[in-house]
Design a protein around this ligand. Sequence first.
Ligand SMILES: Cc1cc2nc3c(=O)[nH]c(=O)nc-3n(C[C@H](O)[C@H](O)[C@H](O)COP(=O)(O)O)c2cc1C
Length: 215
Amino acid sequence: MSDLAGMRKGYTVGALDAEALGGDPLVALERWIVEAAEAGALEPNAFALASVSEAGAPSLRFVLCKGVDGSGISFYTNLESRKGRELDGQGVAAATFWWDVLERQVRLEGSVARVPDAEADAYFASRPRGSRVGAWASPQSRVIEGREELERRAVEAEARFADGGEVPRPPFWGGYRITPVRMEFWQGRESRLHDRIAFEREADGAPWRTVRLAP
Ligand SMILES: Cc1cc2nc3c(=O)[nH]c(=O)nc-3n(C[C@H](O)[C@H](O)[C@H](O)COP(=O)(O)O)c2cc1C
């Protein structure tokens, strides 16, 4: 029998203070992703993305972070998916990264907007050809008749681009950038006395304030 209540782990890998993070939490986030990759994390750039419906119901799924810059973090998806509709509709998002190998978490919250077409085109063009063709095949988040429908759509997309020419970015596929106004860095410590350093700013470009939170 499983003993979920008895499952617990002590955290001993590291410690954290505001000085070590530096003044820009987006720079620190990128560093933590790189450190997780170097430490052998399976998907170091994966994060749980929360969106919210018009009725205020939250929903959550993992996506892959494809860029961190001075104003935020970007990822790519089907714009007509559930997340696409909720992000376009409400303009807000939250994200949480977790790297078990480093016993670290980062969470952030802020506004979200589509990345410019030129940026989405450039990222789409950098993807392997199979992924570019595959983007045409899946009506993400829609109900389909069965696995056969997906495979039929994949064959149709293959046939469409069989000449080996350019595969354009589908009009329903693109990227979003979350511009955080709040970010929090968490490092597991012994006896559940974890370190939590939070950053807040009024808006993109405004100075960040730092505080320490109780675990
Ligand atoms: C590790 C991991 C990474 C993923 N990365 C992406 C991604 O970058 N973009 C994406 O659209 N879906 C990604 N997915 C699939 C999503 O979790 C989700 O199933 C899909 O986007 C549909 O979500 P929605 O119906 O809420 O729009 C990923 C799933 C996992 C487990």
